[in-house]
Design a protein around this ligand. Structure first.
Ligand SMILES: [Ca+2]
Ligand SMILES: [Ca+2]
Ligand SMILES: [Ca+2]
Length: 423
């Protein structure tokens, strides 16, 4: 390539990056993978004004402030042009929403587990053993009696250091993974090791996936994969919320800890109309590492083939998007749906599980349907540890209970017994 050609390609790339920086208004036909989700004006609403995220070719992220496109290019892009992979708006992620919290509800506390034939898997000895599910959420009450034995602990931050101090609390990054005292997950909203669980959401999700079946004061949750481990990754704290950056750092952490914990599944019971190439790239990295990403369809009663919701609507092979069915087994009145964009339905109303302060509660939402599928994936992997993401996804979609009324690609709702037969 001669000099003029090199300059030409530089200019072309700069134009592409400029198109990205312009946000969703001005998609170039070939502008990376951005244009397929730039047609929805809703994605602009969640952008943080004047804040941009630079993703370097190394995978590192940096948040920068610029008051105009020209300022962004002159100050931040041009000086580091060759090291930059993509530039994106920074986007606010709303705290995960639950359709409602019940104080009294008529359904059995285990109707969901019964509907998906979980007992059949447990009877065969498939309980998610040796599999870890990363729960990227509002945090997990790691001391909850149903969950305290189910947390994936980082061996590099356990025991005592050379000074005789407990590595869990010594203020030192003992395993040199870049994070201090991350012995039971990490909080990328506060940048501390502490799960700050003040919504109940993440604990409820974690309980559906992997609660022990032991009774505590007469109460128990039948976790779908009771021998799987949970890696709690907190990326949303109260009103401060999370961003594309906290979500991306959470996914980077999954990749860092993947080998030690055998993380096969990420549960993402959150989303919104956010237009982010960076988040899409991060989920694609999970795909390269054979990690499944199970995403909630959302609770807006929308057809998300048309009203895109992310991360559910990214076209990546490792994503399973989950809608909710009611106790009557029809689609929930609130659930999002889509013949292409939703993959599978699962129980998502009057779901009983753990919450903060060591309590239990019933909740509604696609956030609750999603962990049924994550738990089921862990169960399938405990039957066939060598299975690929594609094998597991296919078994989940093909093994479900079929109905033409379910508006999803598989027209079915989760059934573990059927899926085990497909594997
Ligand atoms: Ca560490
Ligand atoms: Ca430490
Ligand atoms: Ca939190």
């Amino acid at each position: 390539m001669d000099v003029s050609q090199g300059m030409f390609y530089k200019i072309v790339r700069l134009i592409l990056i400029s198109a990205l920086v312009a946000g969703c208004e001005n998609p170039e036909p070939n502008s990376l993978k951005f244009s397929n989700k730039t047609d929805d004006p809703a994605c602009r609403d969640s952008a943080i004004e004047n804040e941009y995220v630079i993703m370097y070719k190394s995978g590192q992220l940096k948040v920068v402030v610029a008051h105009s496109k020209q300022e962004l290019i002159d100050k931040h892009i041009t000086p580091e042009f060759d090291d930059i992979e993509v530039v994106d708006q920074n986007i606010q992620l709303s705290a995960p929403t639950v359709a409602s919290i019940f104080t009294s509800a008529s359904a059995s506390e285990t109707w969901g587990q019964e509907d998906i034939s979980a007992q059949n898997a447990w009877d065969q000895g498939y309980m998610g053993q040796d599999i870890t599910v990363a729960v990227i959420d509002s945090g997990v009450n790691v001391n909850h009696p149903s969950l305290k034995n189910q947390i994936a602990l980082n061996s590099g931050e356990l025991g005592v250091d050379s000074s005789g101090n407990d590595r869990r609390f010594n203020g030192i990054d003992d395993d040199s993974n870049g994070l201090i005292d991350d012995y039971q997950g990490y909080n990328f909203a506060s940048l501390t090791p502490d799960n700050i669980e003040n919504t109940g959401h993440g604990t409820h999700v974690a309980g559906i996936i992997a609660s022990e079946h032991t009774s505590f004061g007469g109460e128990s949750v039948l976790g779908v994969a009771p021998r799987a481990k949970i890696l709690p990754i907190d990326f949303i704290d109260g009103d401060a919320g999370g961003t594309i950056v906290t979500a991306s750092h959470s996914i980077d952490y999954v990749l860092t800890m993947r080998a030690q914990h055998n993380i096969k599944v990420v549960n993402a019971s959150w989303g919104g109309p956010m237009c982010s190439t960076i988040l899409e790239n991060k989920i694609a990295e999970l795909l390269s590492n054979e990690i499944l990403f199970v995403a909630a369809a959302g609770n807006d009663n929308l057809n998300i083939d048309f009203s895109k919701q992310y991360p559910a609507s990214y076209k990546l092979e490792n994503i399973i998007t989950v809608g909710s069915v009611s106790t009557f087994l029809g689609m929930s009145s609130f659930t999002n749906y889509g013949d292409e964009s939703v993959d599978l339905f699962a129980p998502g109303e009057q779901i009983y599980s753990s919450i903060f302060n060591n309590q239990f509660a019933k909740m509604d939402g696609t956030s609750m349907a999603t962990p049924f599928v994550s738990g089921a994936a862990a169960v399938l992997w405990s039957k066939d540890p060598q299975a690929s993401v594609s094998d597991i996804k296919q078994a989940l979609l093909m093994g479900g209970t079929h109905s033409q009324y379910y508006r999803s690609s598989s027209q079915s709702r989760l059934n573990i017994s059927g899926s085990l037969n497909e594997l």
